[in-house]
Write a protein of this length. Structure first.
Length: 125
């Protein structure tokens, strides 16, 4: 029975790291398999749309997201190409790209802040 609870807790923690619940009661979730950001109705759970379409703006294997900045844009950690991609917070259109430097071992680190704090670490393949 303990294994089931541990697995469920892991799934919840993964969702918390890779999802954002907006003030408009929408849930944004990164899908690493398809390299897109999905949007769901936060009240009903119904799928709304692919807010950031697969590969848009160079998105490759995303693993975390946060809304922020003066325009409340979306920032997504694109671990497949060691970049942080910025998208328009209203339309999901690509805005800018920031490259994340790697250390000698091939690790790159990203810390993001919104209402909560999250940090991710990725290693280039």
């Amino acid at each position: 029975m303990m294994g089931i609870h541990k697995t469920l807790l892991s799934a919840v923690l993964i969702l918390l790291v890779s999802a954002y619940y907006s003030y408009t009661e929408e849930l944004y979730v990164v899908n690493s398999d398809t390299s897109e950001v999905l949007r769901y109705d936060g009240t009903t759970g119904a799928f709304i749309d692919a807010f950031v379409t697969p590969g848009s703006g160079g998105l490759d294997n995303p693993n975390s997201l946060v809304f922020g900045g003066p325009n409340v844009n979306l920032f997504v950690n694109s671990s497949g190409n060691n970049a942080v991609l910025q998208y328009n917070g209203l339309s999901g259109a690509p805005v800018d790209q920031f490259v994340i430097p790697q250390d000698q071992a091939g690790f790159s680190f990203l810390a993001a802040s919104s209402l909560a704090r999250t940090a991710t670490s990725t290693r280039a393949a």
